[in-house]
Design a protein around this ligand. Structure first.
Ligand code: S3P
Length: 169
């Protein structure tokens, strides 16, 4: 059975970009949880947050994770807050290897596109605090911690690192 590759980490840590490249490289399907929720709902993430609240969004996330956990061979790029929901990340971990893309939060915030991210509206301090609050959960659920830097070769390095871990697992 081909386990799913599950990418977790803060907003802006590169899950979507790395996920897309990794899926291409491995010939796997990419499941980007935010994109799937938006597609199925026909609404943007900010609209879901403003109409249904964060709670409504988390319920959609949970439902999607339960569905994805029944599939295999996927690359799954998770929304940043997904691992705070034990039921959601536990479902993905049942059939997945979990990689935490751990990027310095100060650096991440510096280049972060906050539009379209309702939980990144509180400024830099709020972002740093959120990282500190979330880190124990990322740590708890990760099978592998992948420190991420910047620079043009970085995505390639991350993909090779993840590829190596997956092929040795
Ligand atoms: C969130 C991160 C977002 C998205 C939603 C909530 C979070 O995904 O799921 O806005 O709680 O950190 P990205 O990590 O892809 O930005």
């Amino acid at each position: 059975m081909e386990k799913n590759i599950v990418l977790i980490g803060m907003m802006g840590s590169g899950k979507t970009t790395v996920g897309r490249l990794l899926a291409q490289r491995l010939g796997r399907e990419l499941a980007d949880t935010d994109a799937l929720i938006e597609q199925r709902q026909g609404r943007s993430i900010p609209d879901i947050f403003s109409q249904d609240g964060e709670e409504g969004f988390r319920a959609l996330e949970l439902e999607l994770c339960r569905e994805l956990s029944g599939r295999q061979g996927l690359v799954i790029a998770c929304g940043g807050g997904l691992p705070m929901q034990e039921g959601a990340i536990a479902a993905l971990k049942e059939n997945g290897l979990v990689f935490w893309l751990d990027r310095d939060p100060g650096e991440t915030y510096y280049g972060l596109d906050v539009s379209g991210r309702p939980l990144a509206q509180g400024g830099r301090e709020d972002f740093l605090e959120r990282y500190a609050r979330r880190s124990p959960s990322y740590h708890r659920w990760a099978d592998y911690i992948i420190p991420c830097g910047d620079g043009p070769q970085e995505a390639e390095r991350l993909i090779s690192t993840i590829y190596l871990e997956v092929s040795q697992s």
